[in-house]
Write a protein that binds this ligand. Structure first.
Ligand SMILES: Cc1cc2nc3c(=O)[nH]c(=O)nc-3n(C[C@H](O)[C@H](O)[C@H](O)COP(=O)(O)OP(=O)(O)OC[C@H]3O[C@@H](n4cnc5c(N)ncnc54)[C@H](O)[C@@H]3O)c2cc1C
Ligand code: SF4
Length: 580
């Protein structure tokens, strides 16, 4: 079955897809958004029952259904990859709003040096591992700055700027790049745990600041005229929808804008499995609808916004771009896959309580003192860096439990320890950058298929020595912070396991595989996220990152989506060709 041609078809209605949908439908284009999962509305029962921890945090109702489509993993080229049966380590969303419904809300900008990572590392005396394919970005922080600003205004991000137009501001992040504006909203109220970390960080000579986060601290109306109420500090942000709409998600920020326009149409239960093209130009996409039919949706412009892993899989299934071959180092689709290292340690206080039952996930104090630009590489045995912080929350009754080392794992003693320690713990976390390597990549699995008969995406990935050393360095700093709090007991961060483990949750911060660059021999898309080979296809999301950063990805995903939208509207639609 074939539908009549639209101006634009967008695959995926998460953060990136919703930005493109709002911007392109505002401009009067006929836009069709296709989303593989279910439709949603902020008035749904789902939002009303948002606090159900078992349903959302444990059973993962907002997460991709791995019984129908999953990924396979192997640690190196010699292993046979096996399917990941439960979305553990990373949990991409499914359904309208994508991972943006379940996310924690932290909106980080990458630092200027992140965009020149390869050259800055070498200039500053760092040695990149021989097999690392770390690269500079084809776009600078200064070019993206207005787009970061736009994303922050749309979401109503709270925080304290550290550097507004070159002027340093007390209490903000002293290491951030220059910003054109202060955050749209003041920070959320600090919690007892973040205050404890803040105090310890100052004692150690570090520079703590409130995490920038899209949980509104006050009622807010964004530049598109969409209003949201303030956070009630209920404490169930990450993995849950927000009951009151204070956590920005695509349903309460961008989709209301797209839906104002009759030229926007959203189709849920539309699982795209191929971009139809002749090698030079795409004609549209093929998808399975909820009745099992295959529909061809024709469009003059195809935008992939199906999360990092979905974008790469769709390119491979469609035969757009040459698949990456790790043995020759040639090919582009699937290369530069990277992730993040996550660590945590906890301090236990016999005589203090922290009211952990309330507070937003986003209420957190962080430090950027150990991001790459602040490290003296010649003194270190790794390159890259990361951030360290402490959140208000973590007190979720089922999934947020931590106990002092040596506590029995079951029985009466375990139960009474839970009761006693639940509110007497402060957890400090670190998130570090992972380099891309020649043999960390994505391709199609030769053995396993999804419920519709299409090959699954195969991930070849493991921790490498550079990341182990970085993790150990950051772990030592976490320990310093815990000790400075003078607790009764400390649970130190564990070193990275022998192999990357897909079971415990780490982060949904997968990146790479369809990277942006200045050379079609090493990048899938140009600096505007336009496919080199098929210029009427744009691939938007963290799939474009040449490598990860220690910071969360979504601020940069949002900025790149606005950047691509402007490039499409201002330039591509006039020329209908590859943008220089
Ligand atoms: C629990 C959790 C907490 C997080 N917290 C943070 C945080 O605090 N800060 C931060 O920076 N990041 C965070 N993230 C990551 C953040 O959510 C993502 O970076 C962001 O949502 C990526 O946007 P996207 O549009 O690329 O992908 P998504 O938002 O995942 O949207 C992709 C959409 O495409 C759809 N799709 C996929 N394949 C197809 C197909 N074949 N056909 C049709 N539709 C398809 C999916 O169903 C999904 O709706 C978190 C993620 C999770 C899960
Ligand atoms: S803590 Fe605030 S932002 Fe988070 S879910 Fe509750 S009300 Fe929403």
């Amino acid at each position: 079955m074939t539908s009549s041609e639209a101006d634009v078809v967008i695959v995926g209605m998460g953060w990136a897809g919703s930005i493109l949908a709002a911007e392109l439908s505002k401009a009067g284009l006929h836009v069709i958004g296709l989303e593989r999962g279910t439709t949603r509305d902020p008035d749904d029962e789902l939002y009303r029952n948002a606090h159900d921890e078992l349903r959302f945090a444990v059973r993962g109702e907002l997460v991709q259904d791995t019984a129908r489509e999953t990924w396979t993993l192997r640690h190196d080229l010699a292993e046979t990859a096996l399917p990941i049966r439960y979305a553990g380590s990373f949990r991409p969303g499914e359904g309208v709003g994508g991972s943006g419904i379940a996310w924690g809300g932290a909106v980080w900008r990458f630092q200027p040096a992140d965009f020149t990572f390869r050259s800055s590392t070498l200039e500053r005396g760092g040695t990149l591992p021989d097999d690392s394919c770390a690269a500079d970005w084809p776009v600078s922080y200064a070019e993206l700055e207005p787009y970061y600003d736009r994303f922050e205004r749309t979401l109503g991000v709270t925080g304290i700027a550290g550097n507004v137009r070159g002027k340093r501001q007390a209490r903000g992040n002293p290491f951030e790049g220059e910003r054109s504006n202060e955050y749209p909203l003041p920070p959320l109220k600090p919690s007892d745990t973040t205050a404890k970390f803040h105090e310890a960080a100052l004692l150690l000579g570090w520079h703590p600041f409130p995490q920038p986060v899209a949980n509104s601290s006050l009622p807010y109306t964004n530049p598109d005229g969409v209003s949201r109420g303030a956070c009630t500090y209920c404490g169930t942000c990450a993995f849950h929808p927000c009951r009151v709409g204070a956590k920005a998600d695509p349903l309460v920020t961008l989709l209301p804008v797209a839906r104002r326009h009759a030229n926007f149409e959203l189709r849920s239960d539309a699982r795209v499995f191929r971009v139809v093209h002749d090698g030079k130009r795409a004609r549209g996409v093929l998808y399975h609808d909820s009745r099992g039919r295959i529909i061809e949706q024709r469009a003059a412009l195809v935008i992939l916004a199906a999360y990092t892993l979905g974008n790469v899989r769709l390119l491979l299934l469609s035969g757009i771009g040459r698949p990456y071959d790790p043995t020759t180092g040639r090919g582009i689709v699937g290369r530069n896959y990277s992730y993040q290292v996550m660590l945590s340690g906890s301090a236990f206080f016999e005589d203090q309580q922290f009211r952990r039952y309330m507070g937003a996930t986003g209420v957190a104090a962080y430090i950027d003192d150990f991001m790459p630009a602040n490290l003296n590489y010649p003194d270190l045995d790794f390159v890259g860096g990361g951030m360290i912080g402490c959140g208000a929350r973590g007190g979720a009754p089922i999934s947020g439990l931590v106990l002092p080392p040596g506590t029995p794992a079951w029985g009466r003693e375990w139960k009474s320890a839970l009761q006693f320690w639940y509110d007497r713990v402060v957890t400090v976390i670190a998130s570090g950058q992972v380099l891309p390597y020649r043999t960390s990549f994505l391709d199609l699995d030769p053995n396993y298929k999804d419920a519709w008969g299409n090959p699954l995406l195969r991930i070849t990935f493991d921790w490498r020595i550079n990341e182990r050393r970085l993790a150990s360095y950051l772990g030592n700093r976490v320990n310093q912070a815990l000790k400075a709090m003078q607790p009764t007991y400390i649970a130190e961060p564990r070193s990275l396991p022998a192999h990357y483990d897909v079971v415990p949750y780490q982060s949904t911060h997968n990146s790479g595989g369809a990277v942006m660059g200045g050379d079609p021999a090493t990048s899938m898309v140009n600096r505007y996220l336009q496919a080199w080979d098929v210029p009427n296809v744009f691939v938007v999301g963290a799939s474009a990152f040449p490598q990860s950063s220690g910071h969360g990805p979504t601020g940069t995903v949002g900025a790149l989506a606005y950047w691509a939208a402007d490039a499409i509207l201002d330039r591509y639609l006039r020329t209908d060709s590859l943008l220089a």
